[in-house]
Design a protein around this ligand. Structure first.
Ligand code: ATP
Length: 302
């Protein structure tokens, strides 16, 4: 019986994010295309006498270490589902930007679900694990699966999407995060002055570009309805996006609810040039090259 299990889990970018009107329950209907990208957190769970959680890495100081951490909640859900006592030490090695629109908390939750299932030999069926994931948050089911997927509803009704090859991305991290709830609230306010009808459909051309592995065509159809709100709350993002475009990016969008900016590059070498340009611009906290799609949460050590 293993004493500890480590799961590696990627970040995500929303290649397309269509946001419907706010509904009575406060939620918005989404039509989104997720792509898992090669920025990884690692989550290790170890048998212990009680629950404990520690975080290391670049963003350790801003991640909660109590029962509000999504990985902690995930461990408790698995314990409940398989009749174990919730007593594990969770160690998160954090690389995914926090509150950056890259689903870092959801990624850790997916990793903890899988790690605890493995540690306790629970063998929870995949559809039940998906249901537990959806209970933890709308992005969590995708972080279990990875790859590329269409997400409808709150983003949790997933259908895998065919892609060819690798896309090269650059992610530029900002100083300070944006709260997802604040960004959704801001888009609702901004839309009060709009007279356009809201259309959340994913363009067919975008699906085709993914299937063909055609970065230039993908760049033409990438879109994020939340971008306007994120830029409104953090106006300096407009400068970051336009600097990236001028420095060779095929497309530049805010990732999810931001403030991380995602740039699609035409090749690995142009991605590396873009990282150098952004890092020396003084406009961002950091910039990294990543590729996608990559697999979702996976056990790497037990
Ligand atoms: P999304 O893209 O899903 O909207 P995000 O990437 O913008 O999310 P997260 O990094 O998931 O945001 O963090 C949002 C908040 O969640 C943080 O400010 C933090 O307080 C809380 N949180 C809970 N668990 C975690 C975790 N394991 N890692 C990071 N933040 C967490």
């Amino acid at each position: 019986m293993s004493e500890s299990v480590t799961v590696r889990v990627p970040a995500k970018v929303n290649v397309f994010l269509g946001v419907g009107e706010r509904e009575f329950n406060g939620y918005h209907d989404l039509a989104t295309i997720f792509q898992a990208v090669s920025i990884y957190d690692e989550v290790t769970v170890t048998r212990s006498t009680e629950m404990a959680l520690t975080v290391t890495g670049s963003y350790a100081d801003v991640v909660p270490t109590d029962d509000t951490n999504l990985a902690w909640k995930a461990a408790e859900l698995v314990a409940q589902a398989c009749g174990e006592r919730a007593a594990v030490h969770i160690e998160i090695s954090k690389n995914i930007p926090v509150a950056g629109g890259m689903a870092g908390g959801s990624a850790d939750a997916a990793a903890a679900l899988l790690a605890c299932d493995e540690l306790w030999n629970a063998h929870i069926p995949r559809d039940q694990l998906d249901a537990l994931a959806a209970q933890l948050g709308a992005d969590v089911p995708f972080m279990l699966h990875g790859g590329c997927a269409l997400g409808l509803g709150r983003g949790d009704l997933l259908s895998p999407i065919m892609t060819r090859g690798n896309f090269h991305w650059v992610f530029a991290m900002s100083t300070g995060g944006l709260s997802t709830a604040d960004v959704f609230a801001r888009i609702d306010e901004l839309r009060l002055d709009d007279d356009q009808e809201i259309d959340v459909a994913v363009p067919e051309e975008l699906m085709f570009a993914l299937a063909q592995g055609d970065a230039k065509a993908l760049a033409r159809h990438m879109h994020n309805d939340l971008q306007r709100a994120a830029v409104d709350l953090k106006p300096e993002l407009a400068e970051v996006l336009s600097y990236g475009r001028q420095s060779g990016a095929l497309a530049a969008i805010v990732s999810g609810s931001g403030p991380t900016c995602a740039f699609l590059a035409g090749s690995e070498s142009s991605a590396i040039d873009l990282v150098v340009a952004l890092k020396s611009s003084g406009l961002v906290r950091d910039a990294v090259h990543a590729h996608g799609p990559v697999h979702g949460a996976r056990v790497v050590h037990q």
